[in-house]
Design a protein around this ligand. Structure first.
Ligand SMILES: CC(=O)[C@@H](O)[C@H](O)COP(=O)(O)O
Ligand SMILES: NCC(=O)COP(=O)(O)O
Length: 237
């Protein structure tokens, strides 16, 4: 079964536009769970432009499913993970001013850094996932760090999918096979949508979790959150 973790960054973007508490971000997290989400994902960024540090504590206090916190492992981020102890930490190599995540780690170059972090998070009982592309060598080095999982960066899949679905999925099928063979759990995310999710799932049904935010929250403007989450879960069958 592939779990759906709803990324609620964009809900915080709307809230922050006015500086008040509308929409109420932790309440939206609770409601996503009520509507069937099997996890909540947030990606607090250094400029706190959407999810704030306070949101992370407030969400942790309210949700009952899996909490996935994504981010670049600065000392502040590592401290947050130590205090919150989420279900999963996803390490992402974003520069502080990145508009959004735009690449996976070079796990060869950053091997020692990532290995030390995987040790540290695993010792505190937090599942670790490393954001990667599909290059086999990158995945081999990810496995050597001792990480529990990788998260495949699916933007290249989403971009090519409308033109050539078979070509778009091929590197992901190969990458997932290698990761599975190496004993890694596999997550996926970035730009997954109602248009491209089912094809991804059908080709790699053993993906453990997809985290989806931008398209899902956009769809919810038309369909409402409850129908939207049901529609996304329907793509994972
Ligand atoms: C790690 C990843 O793929 C991202 O999709 C991310 O969590 C989204 O971040 P933004 O919502 O800030 O674009
Ligand atoms: N890890 C990917 C994520 O959480 C959401 O990415 P997106 O759906 O907002 O592109």
């Amino acid at each position: 079964m592939t779990k759906l973790s709803v990324n609620i960054n964009k809900v915080a973007t709307i809230r922050n536009a006015r500086g008040g508490n509308v929409p109420n971000v932790p309440q939206v997290a609770v409601d996503c769970e009520k509507f069937g989400a099997e996890g909540i994902t947030v990606h607090p960024r250094p400029d706190q432009r959407h999810i704030t540090t306070k949101d992370v504590y407030d969400i942790k206090a309210r949700i009952k499913t899996e909490f996935n916190i994504e981010g670049y492992p600065t000392p502040e981020f590592i401290k947050l993970i130590k205090e919150i102890r989420p279900t999963q930490v996803t390490l992402v190599p974003d520069a502080p001013d990145a508009i959004t995540s735009n690449a996976g780690w070079d796990t060869k170059v950053n091997f020692q850094f990532l290995s030390d972090l995987a040790d540290e998070f695993k010792a505190m009982g937090v599942r670790t996932s490393i954001f990667t592309g599909t290059d086999p060598e990158i995945i081999e080095y990810a496995a050597k760090t001792g990480t529990d999982r990788i998260e495949l960066y699916t933007e290249p899949y989403a971009t090519l999918y409308p033109k050539d679905p078979e070509a778009a999925i091929l590197p992901f099928i190969e990458a997932a096979k290698i990761a599975k063979h190496l004993g890694l759990g596999i997550n996926a995310g970035h730009d997954l949508s109602l248009e491209n999710l089912n094809f991804f799932y059908k080709n790699i049904p053993y993906i453990e979790e997809v985290s989806i935010g931008h398209a899902l929250i956009s769809d919810a403007l038309y369909l409402g959150l409850e129908r939207t989450i049901a529609a996304y879960k329907n793509c994972l069958k």
